[in-house]
Design a protein around this ligand. Structure first.
Ligand SMILES: [Ca+2]
Ligand SMILES: [Ca+2]
Ligand SMILES: [Ca+2]
Ligand SMILES: [Ca+2]
Length: 245
C-alpha cells in the first residue's frame, strides 16, 4: 500500500497539488503522517490546502546559508568577509590611539624630561652626529637660535644656558641680532661692547640671541676678547664677523 501511495503521489497528490516537504521530512513521511501539523498542517476546512508557510523573520538565516558574517569576529581572529578564502586585511588602526605624545614645552629640553640640563647638551651632540638622528621634538627643542637648523651653534648656545651664561631660550623665533649688535638696535655702538663686557662677567645674563651676537670668536663664551672685537668694529663700514656661524 505504501508503494502504491508513493507511485500515486509521484504524479500528483490528491487534489492535484504537489506538496512541498519540510526539512527532515520525506515524501513517505508525509504519506505516513498525513495530519502532521508542521507548516504543511491544514488548519483550515480544506483538507487538501496546506496552510501558508510561516513568514520568515528578516533575521532568520535561510537554511543552508553559507554566506560569510557581515561583521568581523570580536575575538581578534581573522575573518574572511569575501568568502574567497583570503583573510581580511587588518582594520585601520585608530590614529588617535597611536598618536605620539606632545613635545616638551621647554625650549632646549632635547630629551623631553621637562628640564634643560647637561643631558640635553649630550643628547644634542649625539643627534648632531646622527646617532641617533633627531626626531621632530629634538629638532624643535634643540633649535635654540630658531634658524630652522640643528647645528653646533645650537649646541654652544644650549651649553651656555645649562651653565647659566644665557637665559632659557624661546624656540620658534629666529634670532635677529646681527653679529656684534648685543642690544639689538641694528647698530654697532660702544653700548654693544659694554654689554659684551657685562655678559663676560655675568653682571648681565644675555639671552641666547644676545650671547651669540656677542661671541665674536665663536667659542661659546663671551669674553673681553669678544668685547674688544666689537669695539674695533664701531664706526666701521661693516660690523664684526662672528666665527663659526
Ligand atoms: Ca631635558
Ligand atoms: Ca639652530
Ligand atoms: Ca647695537
Ligand atoms: Ca667668545
Amino acid at each position: 500500500m505504501l508503494i502504491a501511495a508513493l507511485i500515486a503521489c509521484s504524479t500528483g497528490c490528491p487534489g492535484g497539488r504537489q506538496r512541498a516537504l519540510p526539512d527532515g521530512k520525506t515524501e513517505e513521511d508525509a504519506l505516513v503522517y498525513p495530519d502532521s501539523r508542521g507548516w504543511l498542517g491544514d488548519a483550515g476546512a480544506d483538507a487538501d490546502a496546506p496552510d501558508a508557510r510561516p513568514a520568515m523573520d528578516a533575521t532568520d538565516a535561510p537554511r543552508g546559508d553559507v554566506s560569510p558574517d557581515a561583521s568581523p569576529p570580536r575575538d581578534g581572529t581573522a575573518s574572511d568577509s569575501a568568502g574567497d578564502g583570503s583573510v581580511d586585511s587588518a582594520p585601520a588602526r585608530d590614529s588617535s590611539v597611536d598618536a605620539a605624545p606632545p613635545c616638551s614645552a621647554v625650549c632646549g629640553d632635547v630629551d623631553g624630561d621637562g628640564k634643560v640640563t647637561a643631558t640635553d647638551v649630550t643628547l644634542l651632540v649625539n643627534v648632531l652626529a646622527n646617532n641617533p638622528p633627531p626626531n621632530a621634538c629634538q629638532q624643535a627643542n634643540g633649535d635654540v637660535d630658531g634658524d630652522g637648523q640643528l647645528d653646533d651653534v645650537d649646541r654652544r648656545a644650549l651649553a651656555a644656558v645649562v651653565d647659566g651664561r644665557a637665559n632659557t631660550p624661546s624656540c620658534g623665533s629666529r634670532c635677529s641680532n646681527a653679529c656684534g649688535d648685543t642690544n639689538g638696535d641694528a647698530l654697532i655702538t660702544p653700548i654693544d661692547a659694554l654689554r659684551a663686557i657685562h655678559f663676560s662677567t655675568l653682571s648681565t645674563v644675555p639671552t641666547v640671541c644676545e650671547l651669540l651676537a656677542a661671541d665674536i670668536d665663536g667659542d661659546g663664551v663671551v669674553s673681553s676678547a669678544d668685547a674688544n672685537a666689537i669695539s674695533a668694529a664701531i664706526g666701521g663700514p661693516t660690523g664684526p664677523t662672528c666665527l663659526n656661524r
